[in-house]
Write a protein of this length. Sequence first.
Length: 203
Amino acid sequence: MFVKLCGLRTEADVATAVDAGADAVGFVFSRSPRQVDPDTARRLAAAVPAHVLTVGVFRETPTDEVRRLTVESDIRAVQLHGDYPRSAFENLASLDVPLVRAVTLTPETDVRVGAFGERMLLLDSPEAGSGHRWDLSSLTTRPAGDWLLAGGLTAANVAEAVAEARPWGVDVSSGIESSRGVKDHALMHAFVKAARESSTRTP
Ligand SMILES: O=C(O)c1ccccc1NCC(=O)[C@H](O)[C@H](O)COP(=O)(O)O
């Protein structure tokens, strides 16, 4: 089970994520209580060991800006939320970092991992980073490959969500916070532990 902890803003957040055993950490570049500036992202990313993926999170940011911020911050992966066409992913392929296509499930959503050239697919609630859950029973065609489940996950519900959706990985932000934008380090540890345990349970 691949575990991504998103919306980190401080060195203590990063140290806790690494200590807890996260596989990836996300830094939000778009407008949000979790937004970090490029200098902060660069400083935080530099403190992340190579085995943990650093992911820049963008919503409706023009691709030139995504490229600039990714290079400036020395981030090792890019997650795109919003109505990005396939050409945006093709344009960003030359960054030579894994791309994550974040989508909301609708009848029109292409849930094939790699359909836009992305390395990973993220199925999220309609309001990314809101802590809202979405109806997992609407996932009638499960994606094949490396896809992450997000949307209102917590240490208390991740096992049940994983049992139902059977994702390759999970992503969380709100569920590891004490208040919006403020990470709770005990909740971060609890989430990673619960996510790891969920993958070893038989349905
Ligand atoms: O976190 C934000 O504020 C945010 C802003 C703009 C685009 C994406 C954003 N967050 C993405 C994530 O944190 C995760 O990928 C995921 O949506 C977590 O959702 P949740 O656990 O429900 O907070």
